[in-house]
Design a protein around this ligand. Sequence first.
Ligand SMILES: Nc1ncnc2c1ncn2[C@@H]1O[C@H](COP(=O)(O)OP(=O)(O)OP(=O)(O)O)[C@@H](O)[C@H]1O
Length: 235
Amino acid sequence: MTYLLEARELRKQYADKLALRGLNLQIAPGEIFCLLGQNGAGKSTTINLFLGFIQPTSGTAFVNGLDVAANPLEIKKHLAYIPENVLLYPHLSGLENLALFSSLAGFKYSESELLNYLTDAGLPAEAVRRRVGTYSKGMRQKVGIAIAVAKHAKVLLLDEPTSGLDPKASNEFSELLHRLSGQGTAVLMATHDIFRAKEVGTRVGIMREGELVDVRPTAALNAQELEQLYLNYMH
Ligand SMILES: Nc1ncnc2c1ncn2[C@@H]1O[C@H](COP(=O)(O)OP(=O)(O)OP(=O)(O)O)[C@@H](O)[C@H]1O
């Protein structure tokens, strides 16, 4: 099987900090893998290596079977990145942002198709023509998801996507992820939210000091057991 995301002995040394110590990870289509770990554990470094934002010191990150370092442009077609604060053009509407980003990815849609993507992602109809500068964080996340779906991204990389969202928005976000994973999208999500990880993830991985110290299928744990497991590793 071709994994949509794979890390082989991935290492990242910053000037004076070994941030990732030989990560091995495989994420299949339809999986939602949640990375848990304290501040500084190496979660964002992992995501940034898959995005090609930074270069590995050694080892390889693969997206859809392609070495990220050797195919920096090609892999971007397969990826959508949703950070805590989705970066959009604030002076453009949600509709205009979606039109712009999907055309940059090579897709031209009619207005009604664009509207469908936005409403499917849960953006209220009243907001679609409003400037993004007036949107809440949850609304920007929804535009981010609409962009991911419109560009047919096979992989979603999420860094703290639900941090600061209210419970309803966070729950809607989880439902969207479930829907996308049902269609075969692979998701890697860094989060501090153990409850959300248990609820949305198919597997959770616990990172400590640049190492993946435990990986579990979420179905095998309840939220309390997961919290206990996490805390045990943090001592
Ligand atoms: N550009 C950089 N230069 C030097 N050190 C860095 C750099 N980026 C990250 N680090 C260090 O690498 C380690 C891993 O950082 P990383 O951001 O991956 O952690 P994280 O698990 O995402 O943390 P958080 O939960 O706070 O986002 C930390 O010790 C951090 O200080």
